[in-house]
Design a protein around this ligand. Structure first.
Ligand code: FES
Length: 85
């Protein structure tokens, strides 16, 4: 089972997010706090939901609400699902 990401290295392992380009770097601190800003869903909530069997973006959205508004975070959720398999 995954725990909360507390460092950028943990975040990279858990989400597959890029930690080198400026575009991603500016988002890293926000992602550590919340994968989905629209719905205020934490990384831990998404990782736990995937670990509990949610294997699609739609299932994660139905359970947590993440990814159901602007959909910008769906690529991140997809990475978490992929890494959680
Ligand atoms: S950031 Fe997740 S739906 Fe907008």
């Amino acid at each position: 089972m995954c725990n909360d990401a507390r460092t950028l290295d943990e975040l990279k392992v858990m989400t597959g997010v890029c930690t080198t380009c400026d575009g991603c770097k500016s988002e890293l601190e926000k992602i550590l706090l919340s994968v989905c800003g629209c719905k205020g869903v934490s990384l831990k909530e998404v990782v736990d939901t995937v670990a509990d069997g949610a294997d699609t973006i739609e299932k994660v959205g139905k359970i947590t609400g993440a990814g159901t508004d602007c959909e910008r975070c769906q690529a991140l959720i997809a990475n978490i699902i992929k890494l959680g398999r």
